[in-house]
Structure formats: C-alpha cells, structure tokens
Design a protein around this ligand. Structure first.
Ligand code: NAP
Length: 470
C-alpha cells in the first residue's frame, strides 16, 4: 500500500511519501533505545508534566490536526475535533494519576518471610505500535500516553493512508519535552513490521487493526517471545428487549452504527431485536438511518462522510450484495452512489441467515443488520454467535435482565442501555478473535510494565528462611 494522503471525498491523491529506508529505521530504533535509557531514569512526576504539555498542544492545535484527519480519512470535522479533545483529556488523566498507578504496592511481608515485600511497576523498553487509520489520533494516544508515562519509548508504524497525522504525532511528544527517541514515527509499510519487531532492542508490540494483521504480528512476536497487546475487529451486538424504550434505543442505535462513518471497531453492527418490539424499533431505526445527512465531512451539518478507502467501500458493498443475493432485504440505503469518492449510504438489512457474509463478518461501514429473536436465551445466542467479542450493548429496563446480560454476553465490555465507548478510567479490550490485553485505566498502563516482585529479608543468618523452591 503506498504511503499517501488521498482525499476520500474525491479519490484524488494529494501527497505521497517515500518509505523510510532500512538505515533510517535502524537509527530510529537506536534512538528509541537511547531514549529509553534516559526516560526510565526520569522521575514519574517529570514524565507526567511532559504529558500535560502534550495535552496542552493537543488542545491548542485541535482545529489544525482535526482538519488533517478529516482530509486523510474522511471522518467529520466535528468528530475529528472531539477526538483531539478526548486525546488531551486522556493525557491529563494519565498525567494526574501516573504516580499513583506506578507507586510500589506493599504486599504482606510477614506472610512471605520478608521484612519488606512490594510489587514494583517498571518500564520494559521500546514498544512498536502498529495503528489503524479509523481513529488516527486516539488509537495512538491511548497507547502512548500511559506507555511513555510509565517510562517506555514508542515506535509508531501508522496506517499508510494517514501519513500527515502520523508525522504530527511523531513530533508531539518531543515538542512537549520528552527526550529524543521517546516517540518516533516510522513511515513504513506493513512489510517492514517483521524486521522492526525482530530487532532485539524492541521489547513488545501493540496492534490495533484487523484480525489478519493481528495473527501476523502475534506470530512474529511469539517466535521472538515478545509481549503483545492486540485490539482487533468486532461485530458488536445491540440487543433490544421488550421493556426497552424503542424511541431511545433507535436513536442511540443510529449513532452507535454510524459514528465515524460506520468505521469503528466498537460500532454496534448487529441489531438483535425481540419480536415483541421488532416492528416498533425497526420503523424508528430505519427512519433515523435514512434521515442522516451524508456529505462533505467539513460541513458541520454532515452526519456521515465517505468511507476511508475505495477497497473498504467496495468490501462493504460486496457484503450487502452477498446478503441480498442470498435472500436478505434492504430497508434503506444499499446502493453505491454514482459520484467520485468512496461513499456508501446508511443502510439497514433484514432477513439475515447463517451462511451470509454479514452474519459472521465485521461490516466496516454504515450498514446495520437486523436479527429477530423471541426469547432472552435466543438473544444471547445470536449476540454471542460470532468469532468476535469486543463490545456488546443490551437495552432493557428489567434490572434482573440487565445483570444477566452483563454476565452472559461474551465481550470485553457490556454497555446496558447505552452504546459502547471508551473512557480513560475504564479498561478497554476484547475476547475471542477481538484480541487480548487491555488498554486504558490502570491496566492499560501496566500492560507494558515489568510487574516486579521485590522481596527484602533481614540480611542476618536466617535470611531467606521460609523461601521455597519454585
Ligand atoms: P489493518 O489493515 O489491519 O491495518 C491496521 C494497521 O496494521 C496498519 O498500520 C496496517 O498497515 C498494519 N498492517 C496491516 N496488515 C499487516 C500485517 N500483515 N502485518 C503488520 N502490519 C499490518 O486494519 P484496517 O482495516 O486498516 O483497520 C480496521 C480494523 O481495525 C477493523 O477490523 C477494526 O475493527 C479494527 N480496529 C480495532 C480497534 C480496537 O480497539 N479493537 C480499534 C480500531 C480499529 P498499512 O496501512 O500499511 O497496511
């Protein structure tokens, strides 16, 4: 894939970039290694101050970087500005809490025959971050803010269609005060990932992206015995039960499906609706989906912009076509408009059956699949019936049912009477083929820490008494 900025509203290539040659990749890894030596010795409070400075830059340059994101991948300008604001907030969250999250945790010294025992959190070294284009700022910041504040350094291989956002990010942390090599953008294609990850100075990798990319990176990291965090795809269910308010559920369902032009891993994609409320929900949902304004992503009134790539748009169109050819029905949308750029309208499809691509695959565009169910058990069975397990939504006003869904849905998060979103305060990640590991919260910061047990004895003749062989 060429490294280039291409305007998704027209398909016009605006700017192309050369891939970094191997000697520059090597120099960047060496700088990340030197940066790590400096950063690990820097007090956490200082790293936190630099992170606050990064938040200030994100706030000050919000409009500019938002415009770049919109130009490169087509999200609406208002969504891009909100993304930049969320990044600044996440930086402040980690800056404010880093000392607490990274403080030694005392353990029961007497129980382990020590005079003192603690758990200490220390950085592990340069981490390779392979990132997607869909939230080109947020995906990177939610890794970098906790990882750098914990004392690691970062090497970013961003998606090839967002090079200008990637270059801006490559400057951000240095401008905020972090030492040279703390965070570097490598303008490389995916074929360079193996070479970078097998370098002994690179200690771990995090990937947010598709399942095939996850498998490939996990295989390399497995061979090299390196830690990975994988945030992969999702086909999140949005269950609507009879006690739910169909108006409110349809309103939130529309946003949950079409946020980010339908290209979000945690977008609700499968709408699993109880038969008692199916018609009421469907009527409202289809009306709302059909009423969304599709158009220029820079226009404040636009709800849905173009998809980010021609390949992505063609894939969505092919998934809908496949469903229709096998007997599904389109209730709104479903036609690729005859205009330049990579547009696809908000679409609702019903009558899905196993064997259709839409039944088991992730649909990365503003296309909703409807599934009619007639009991709680069937709702859970359909909701859990894909290989993914990222997020899940359940709408019900019955407290007992709320608890049951929270337990029974196989997902990294369950939002009851809401839509999945991410917060710096809460862990984020998936199960099954949606990946493993957690980002955000304390857990996200500790993913790239050496969780070190420190045991201190009295040092006298009986030191070590009570210790056992493993
Ligand atoms: P993608 O093709 O996997 O690309 C993501 C990143 O991985 C890009 O930097 C890409 O580089 C790189 N890459 C692709 N194939 C690779 C390989 N074999 N080895 C090493 N690197 C590779 O994903 P996408 O289609 O752009 O992004 C959408 C996917 O990301 C969806 O499945 C979505 O659900 C998922 N996602 C998950 C989360 C989450 O938090 N769980 C969040 C957002 C998105 P190039 O651009 O150079 O190909």
């Amino acid at each position: 894939m060429p490294i280039a900025t291409t305007d998704p509203t027209t398909g016009e290539v605006l700017r192309t970039y050369d891939e970094m040659p191997p000697d520059r990749i090597d120099a960047a890894i060496a700088a990340a290694d030197r940066g790590f030596a400096a950063l690990r010795r820097t007090p956490v409070a200082q790293r936190a101050r630099w992170l606050t400075a990064a938040a200030d830059l994100l706030d000050a340059e919000r409009d500019d970087i938002a415009r770049v994101m919109t130009t490169e991948m087509g999200k609406t300008y208002k969504a891009a500005r909100a993304e930049a604001a969320k990044c600044a907030a996440a930086c402040r969250f980690y800056a404010d809490n880093a000392e607490r999250f990274l403080a030694d945790e005392p353990a029961d010294a007497a129980a382990v025959g020590a005079t003192r025992a603690v758990v200490r959190y220390q950085p592990i070294g340069p981490v390779l971050a392979v990132m997607p284009w869909n939230f080109p700022l947020w995906q990177v910041i939610r890794f970098a803010a906790p990882a750098l504040t914990a004392g690691n350094t970062g090497l970013l291989k961003h998606a090839s269609n967002v090079p200008q956002t990637a270059l801006w990010l490559g400057e951000l942390f240095g401008r905020a005060g972090f030492p040279e090599g703390a965070f570097t953008t490598l303008l490389v294609g995916s074929s360079a990932v193996e070479r970078i990850l097998t370098d002994p100075r690179v200690r771990a990798a995090t990937l947010t992206g598709s399942e095939p990319a996850g498998r490939s990176i996990a295989a390399i990291a497995g061979r090299e015995l390196k830690k990975t965090v994988l945030e992969l795809g999702g086909s999140d269910p949005f269950v609507v039960m009879p006690s739910a308010d169909p108006d409110r559920a349809a309103e939130v369902a529309t946003t949950a499906r079409c946020q980010n032009n339908g290209q979000s891993c945690i977008a609700a994609k499968r709408f699993v609706v109880h038969t008692d409320v199916f018609d009421a929900f469907t009527e409202r949902f289809v009306a709302r989906m059909a009423a969304l304004r599709v158009g220029d992503p820079m226009d404040e009134r636009t709800d849905v912009g173009p998809l980010a790539s021609e390949r992505g748009r063609d894939e969505v169109a092919a998934q809908v076509r496949d469903a229709v050819e096998r007997g599904a029905r389109v209730l709104c949308g479903g036609e690729v408009p005859d205009r330049p750029g990579w547009w696809y309208p908000p679409t609702v499809v019903t009558g899905l059956t196993p064997g259709m691509r839409m039944w088991g695959e992730e649909v990365f565009g503003p296309v909703a699949g409807l599934y009619r169910v007639s009991s709680y058990d069937e709702a859970v069975e359909v909701a859990n019936g894909t290989s993914f397990g990222l997020g899940a939504n359940a709408w019900t006003s019955d407290p007992e049912e709320q608890e049951r869904f929270a337990t029974d849905l196989d997902a990294g998060n369950v939002f009851v009477n809401g839509m999945t979103t991410s917060y710096p305060e809460l862990p984020f990640g998936g199960v099954k083929n949606s990946g493993y590991g957690r980002e955000l919260s304390t857990l996200g910061m500790r993913e790239f820490c050496n969780v070190k047990t420190v045991w201190v004895g009295a040092g006298g003749p009986s030191a070590g008494a009570g210790a056992h062989a493993e």
